[in-house]
Design a protein around this ligand. Structure first.
Ligand SMILES: *[C@@H]1O[C@H](CO)[C@@H](O)[C@H](O)[C@H]1NC(C)=O
Ligand SMILES: *[C@@H]1O[C@H](CO)[C@@H](O)[C@H](O)[C@H]1NC(C)=O
Length: 363
């Protein structure tokens, strides 16, 4: 409980303020509480239903077999040479897996050599929790077969696995726009070695207006980096811990992506995305005091390949954790954050039991 409450409250003054929060987050559970405390038998059975629901959720939440894992995927694993001229040519298209929620789209940049390691780990942990859709972007290679059931997009002309992945990143954004702009509210560019706490991400984004041009992540002043054609007051979002674009931002930059690709001033993919967004969407990466704790990028651990541990103050805030290069570390964080979530749900269940108890006595 403490984790949930304090974490949520402390988010508000800084990042949430910076993205000018819309005031639609109402605590549904609290409302239930007030209404129910005055009600009778009918309500008791209703709560019991809720409690049983929770109980079922608790028992299955960590190991529910995901039906998506077994369904076929339409990702055409065919390389077609050429560059898209107007829109996308026949044969290119989204993969079929999509949850019925239309909130968040996450594009994960990966490479052929990670299809059977990092990609599987992401998809089996936070990837399958996304309220919307996740797709992985890699070059196509017949020798590296896509793991079954995982939505990998390999058919965008011009995408290869060269590093830095500027082309992959820009073309991925174009793809997101062309296929999904009206389907999702938020578009995230992620790496294959980031852990995303999807429940916290969703809660945060639900309280922000995606019709505004927003560009959210761990901001870094462009001063430190290639500043060409960016002023020192501009900032870009670091790529590693994930970059969030509102629908409006993606809509604004999409027509200019080929221009941005032709006019790059550095080898840093995230700087170039930032430059493009600044120029065509007129926004900088949101600056707030707490973004380093929310989008956590541990440079000290970078060489070790994974974040060793989170310090206590961080756990309340953190939404993304980077880097976790080894698949094992993704499962480690998945277990850890699932346990935290479980605690919150158990606490809530206890509260409901107490309410039932009290009401039964009053009857
Ligand atoms: C979201 O932002 C748009 C554009 O600024 C505005 O028209 C709309 O009223 C806002 N919606 C809410 C719920 O604040
Ligand atoms: C860009 O944004 C700034 C403030 O954020 C505003 O003053 C300016 O008019 C905007 N420019 C364009 C071209 O929309």
């Amino acid at each position: 409980m403490t984790e949930r409450r304090s974490g949520h409250n402390k988010l508000k003054p800084s990042l949430l303020d910076a993205v000018s929060r819309s005031s639609k987050t109402a605590e549904k559970m609290t409302r239930f509480g007030i209404r129910m405390s005055r009600k009778t038998r009918q309500t008791v059975s209703f709560i019991s239903g809720v409690v049983i629901g929770f109980w079922i959720m608790l028992t299955i939440m960590t190991h529910v077999p995901d039906k998506d894992m077994t369904s076929p995927v339409s990702s055409t694993s065919e390389w077609t040479p050429g560059v898209p001229k107007e829109g996308w040519q026949a044969g290119y298209g989204p993969t079929s897996l999509e949850s019925n929620q239309k909130h968040i789209y996450i594009g994960v940049m990966t490479a052929r050599k990670y299809l059977n390691s990092r990609v599987v780990a992401v998809y089996e942990t936070w990837g399958k929790q996304v309220p919307g859709k996740v797709e992985f972007f890699s070059a196509y290679d017949p020798k590296h077969r896509t793991p079954r059931g995982i939505p990998v997009v390999t058919n965008i002309p011009g995408i290869d696995d060269t590093y830095p992945p500027q082309k992959k990143s820009f073309l991925m954004l174009k793809y997101m726009h062309d296929f999904y702009i009206d389907k999702y509210e938020w578009f995230i560019r992620a790496d294959d070695d980031v852990y995303i706490r999807v429940d916290k991400l969703q809660k945060f984004l639900r309280s922000v207006n995606s019709s505004k041009p927003l560009y959210i992540g761990q901001s870094e002043s462009s001063q430190k980096n290639e500043r060409l054609s960016m002023s020192s007051s501009d900032s870009f979002c670091l790529g590693g811990p994930g970059v969030i674009l509102s629908r409006e931002t993606l809509r604004r930059i999409a027509p200019h992506i080929s221009h941005c690709l032709k006019n790059m001033y550095s080898k840093h993919e995230d700087v170039e995305i930032g430059r493009c967004i600044k120029r065509f969407a007129n926004v900088s990466c949101t600056r707030a005091s707490d973004t380093e704790r929310i989008f956590f990028n541990d440079l000290k651990c970078y060489k070790k390949g994974s974040v060793q541990h989170l310090y206590p103050g961080l756990v309340q805030h953190v939404i993304t954790v980077h880097p976790n290069k080894g698949p094992k570390d993704q499962y480690k964080f998945y277990t850890y954050f699932s346990a935290l979530r479980l605690e919150v749900l158990q606490q809530r269940m206890l509260e409901l039991f107490r309410t039932i108890d009290k009401m039964t006595n009053e009857l």
